[in-house]
Design a protein around this ligand. Sequence first.
Ligand code: GLP
Length: 250
Amino acid sequence: MTPPSVRVFEDSAEASHWVAASVLEWIDSKPRPGGPVLGLATGSTPLGVYREWCRLHQQQGRDWSRARCFNLDEYWPLDPGHRKSFRTFMREQLFAPAGFDLARCAIPSGGVATESVDRHCAEYEDAIQAAGGLDAQLLGLGPNGHIGFNEPGSDPASRTRKVALAAATRERAAEAFAPEQVPLQGLTMGIGTILSARRIWILAFGAEKAAAVDTALRGPIEAECPASFLRTHSQVEWVLDRAAATTVRG
Ligand code: GLP
């Protein structure tokens, strides 16, 4: 197994700038007739990357209209139009200001009925396959080591499915929702889905991520730390700021 590629930047702004350019360079180096296929993340971590992609569209005319996008996850149940849904987040932070074609941007729907969840998740996987698979996947990291909503205990072969959110994840989400309104579950691409991406960039910024970074990079590769499974993929870039990298050597 090749050792993971880890890049440490002075701060998250520098790191985000590098990731924004690195993903573009990668997708532009292998143009696909149907356009690039991106796996995208929500949370505060990718915001700097999205800001840069918006800037490139607005100031340099970068055309995103042919990109196909698949987001990692969504709260369930939750009205997709809810102000705190990941769908709303993506529209506001990236899709609208960077000129993506919304018809080509997929996010698991928090609005599907219980009896339709399994079919919805299977169709999500099929749509990724039909698009030719994920060329580039962006990831944030939960302080508990989760990726997407793949909480500790997740199977490395897991695919898109409904999951229970960990207490720690719900506590963090309570900053966005009223505490009693935080959804109990989510729909998420599985670890197997994420690992099927051709290249992966995982970003972690701030001291609250340092322990998870350390466990993921140096602990055992096991379900207790879902991000540790990224070490089984040869094309992953770990992109850290100094605060998240305090325990990372070299
Ligand atoms: C959330 C999301 C993840 C995200 C993570 C980190 O629960 N489901 O996809 O990467 O937590 O969030 P943040 O970037 O705000 O620290």
